[in-house]
Write a protein that binds this ligand. Structure first.
Ligand SMILES: C[S@@+](CC[C@H](N)C(=O)[O-])C[C@H]1O[C@@H](n2cnc3c(N)ncnc32)[C@H](O)[C@@H]1O
Ligand SMILES: [Zn+2]
Length: 268
């Protein structure tokens, strides 16, 4: 096991019901198989991260296959970098993580999220991975120990990413472009705010550089009202818009553009 203690950074040893460090900080393994490496003092709320309803909406929507091309390309890109060890940071309910795992069968794979609800569901998808409830601000893995970090529709702690990456390793980031879900945003807001899809590039810390970018876009026909409701519930747009606007979106089918960018940001 190459995990480290999130409190003192000592090496964790596997024990019957979890893991323990030399300073005797103990962490439980849940019956579902994931390790809880989020000490209470690192939690900002009792139940941080996405709640069960958001996780459930995302799970149903993704199971509907609407975003399958996004996951396929993500997995292809990850395989092309052939990492020995990788971590999906902010894995959510594990839809993308499981496809990364399929594409990287011989690698040592980890996935973490601060939401217990998310990890509880996610870990069933790929039991061969190490699933962790943990904070991306204190990833319980050693310095320079990973060749690939995945960050999919998630916030990111950039300095922590740099710490984790081995030289020539990289961060595979997947996020929206300015056109993503445009028709949905038009239905929800009087004025659609422009989204700067380059902004994250300004956050790249010294010692890392953008080595590759590409975009993928396609049109989705949202024929079922359940899919439209789930899409609303899983995006920030869902809870920002008014109840009337949300009801209107759910009421009738529409076409929506999916437009995503992939960035590979290397550690020098
Ligand atoms: C929009 S979701 C994306 C989930 C998944 N990657 C996907 O695309 O389906 C963002 C995820 O980041 C997690 N998250 C937010 N803050 C976090 C933190 N500090 N540490 C770890 N995960 C965090 C949330 O719980 C949520 O599951
Ligand atoms: Zn410790």
């Amino acid at each position: 096991m190459s995990l480290i203690c999130p409190i003192c950074q000592g090496a964790l040893q596997r024990v019957d019901n979890g893991a323990v460090c030399p300073a005797n900080h103990r962490f439980d393994r849940a019956r579902q198989g994931y390790l809880n490496l989020l000490p209470v003092q690192h939690k900002n709320s009792r139940d941080p991260g996405d709640n069960a309803a958001m996780v459930e909406a995302r799970r149903r929507f993704l199971e509907g296959g609407h975003y399958a091309p996004l996951a396929k390309r993500l997995a292809e890109l990850a395989a092309s970098y052939a990492p020995e060890r990788w971590v999906d940071i902010g894995c959510g309910e594990g839809y993308y993580t499981a496809q990364l795992a399929d594409a990287l069968p011989d690698a040592d794979g980890y996935a973490l999220d601060i939401s217990r609800e998310a990890v509880k569901r996610a870990c069933k998808r790929a039991p061969q991975l190490s699933w962790l409830v943990a904070s991306m601000a204190r990833v319980p893995l050693a310095d320079s120990s990973c060749q690939l970090l995945a960050s999919v529709f998630s916030p990111l702690d950039w300095l922590e990413a740099r710490r984790l990456l081995a030289p020539a390793g990289g961060l595979l980031r997947m996020g929206p472009t300015r056109d993503h879900l445009m028709q949905l945003r038009q239905k929800l807001y009087d004025e659609v705010r422009d989204y700067d899809d380059q902004k994250h590039l300004e956050l790249i810390p010294e010692g890392m550089r953008l080595a590759h970018s590409e975009t993928l876009s396609f049109t989705l026909n949202l024929a079922s009202s359940e899919a439209r409701a789930d899409l609303l519930a899983m995006t920030p747009h869902g809870w920002r818009a008014s109840a009337e606007r949300r009801a209107a979106v759910i009421a009738e089918p529409f076409d929506v553009t999916v437009a995503i960018r992939y960035d590979w940001i290397e550690k020098l």
